[in-house]
Design a protein around this ligand. Structure first.
Ligand code: AMP
Length: 450
């Protein structure tokens, strides 16, 4: 990565674009922009390792706008650039960026994603557009309905390619590719450059320029990562204790599963922490409302599943808390990449039960280093307590309600997952009940025989 400071005007961008950047208050290009912009302008195929928060969107949008502006013929609008993204949220976000960066340009763009009205999208397409941002499923619908002609696409961007793969959209993408002209520029952006992303790149890109900025390395430098060892049953309490006692004002909590995310949301709200949840089971409107509420700081905690959170641009995130280790280990990088943005320091905390220690090892292998571990008295796993020889009375967790000043309903946490211990008494009861049933049957049988 070049350490030399560059200015936007040295990257060959037109005055209308520079004016738009001024309007956005962008002073200097981010490292990914400094590298991407000249390469995209050179019409090369590119494989870039960068996640949200690095400024990657402007990195590919600005030079595409510049090229389209050069080719632009007055009043003639037809699709020349296609940006494929995995989620609606990202589609909206990228499109918003295009509108901002292209504010002084005569180009037209549109965004296509599922869950929105197909006809109004088709009408917009009829009016003519230069740039399309789309999720693969909805774009295919428009292709099948012959609402769109992709024959003149010169620039294709696969944004968040790793998420596209993880979400299983790669087949839809390859169907879309069949409708594109053979000769075009291909740009693949991915937070993680894993084997499957590289394989996709092999099929898509021709002699690509590899650009790697801010993937693993720098995110771990800008983010203070810490692991909290916790007893399984006390995870939820520790989560609200950490947020409350440290007075975190804007927290993104990650959970693997929708059901768990819902449960965390419910529990935190009961604790007096204003919380919303965002996951694939929520409608587009619910997701937007949760996200907006969080951005506007009406909501203090946003709980998200990995897929729902991918690519979301939430500026100035103070802290990310991993309630668990992600199902796909690479997602850990996505998760912690939500904080420590644009050079500011961030905090990423991970709650680990003894059962999750193997998964933690995988994360440490991924990050190439051990993550600092800590435990808070009263929440620590039994082994730790025993090792320290702590007395039982000292291990009682601090009452959570004290941390936020709101009374908390007696925890129903993990009612579904929490296993009730089988006591000897239970064993006897089952035994006795069975015995009783057989006796009853015998008695009834005897009666009938009589
Ligand atoms: P992205 O990684 O593209 O999602 O961008 C993350 C955030 O950085 C967005 O809020 C952008 O508006 C912002 N951003 C992008 N480029 C710059 C820049 N050169 N200077 C300041 N902010 C930027």
């Amino acid at each position: 990565m070049s350490k030399k400071m560059v200015a936007f005007h040295t990257l060959g961008l037109d005055v209308e674009i520079l004016k738009a950047l001024e309007r956005e208050n962008y002073k200097v290009p981010t490292p990914i922009q400094a590298q991407l912009i000249p390469e995209v302008l050179a019409k090369r195929d590119i494989m870039a390792g960068a996640q949200t928060g690095t400024g990657k969107t402007a990195g590919f949008v600005l030079p595409i706008l510049q090229m389209l502006k050069k080719e632009y013929q007055e009043g003639l609008h037809y699709p020349k650039a296609l940006i494929l993204v995995p989620t609606r949220e990202l589609a909206k976000q990228v499109h918003e960026n295009i509108l901002h960066y292209g504010h002084y340009l005569p180009l037209k763009s549109t965004v296509l994603y599922g869950g929105a009205n197909l006809t109004s999208q088709a009408n917009r397409l009829k009016q003519g557009v230069d740039i399309i941002v789309a999720t693969s499923g909805r774009l295919l619908e428009h292709i099948h309905q012959k609402n769109i002609d992709l024959n003149a696409i010169n620039h294709l961007v696969l944004d968040e390619a790793d998420t596209i793969l993880d979400m299983g959209f790669v087949h839809e993408v390859s169907k879309i590719l069949q409708h594109l002209p053979h000769k075009r520029q291909n740009i693949l952006i991915s937070a993680t450059l894993t084997g499957s992303v590289k394989r996709l790149a092999d099929t898509l890109l021709s002699r690509p320029k590899l650009i790697e900025v801010d993937s693993m390395g720098t995110s771990s430098q800008d983010v203070t990562q810490k692991v909290y060892l916790v007893e399984d049953q006390k995870k939820m309490e520790l989560l609200s204790f950490l947020i409350g006692s440290r007075n975190y004002k804007k927290v993104l909590v990650f959970a693997r599963k929708k059901e768990l995310a819902d449960e965390i949301c419910k529990e935190l709200n009961l604790s007096g922490l204003k919380t919303a949840v965002i996951h694939g089971g929520k409608s587009s409107g619910e997701r937007s409302r949760a996200l907006e509420g969080f951005k506007e700081e009406k909501i203090r905690v946003l709980v998200a599943t990995d897929i729902a959170a991918r690519g979301l641009d939430i500026p100035l995130l103070e802290v990310v808390i991993n309630y668990d280790i992600p199902h796909i280990i690479g997602d850990y990088i996505h998760r912690i990449g939500r904080t420590g943005r644009a050079g500011s320091k961030g905090i990423a905390l991970t709650l680990i039960t003894p059962q999750e220690s193997i998964a933690l090892k995988d994360v440490e292998r991924l990050m190439g280093k051990a993550i600092e571990k800590e435990s808070i008295e009263g929440y620590e796993p039994k082994e730790v307590t025993q090792q320290r020889g702590a007395r039982k009375s000292q291990t009682k967790p601090a009452k959570v309600e004290g941390a936020f000043g709101k009374k908390r309903k007696k925890s129903t946490t993990f009612s579904k997952t929490k296993k009730r211990k089988t006591t000897k008494r239970d064993g006897f009861k089952v035994f006795d009940e069975n015995k009783e049933k057989t006796k009853k049957k015998e008695r009834q049988g005897k009666k009938r025989r009589r």
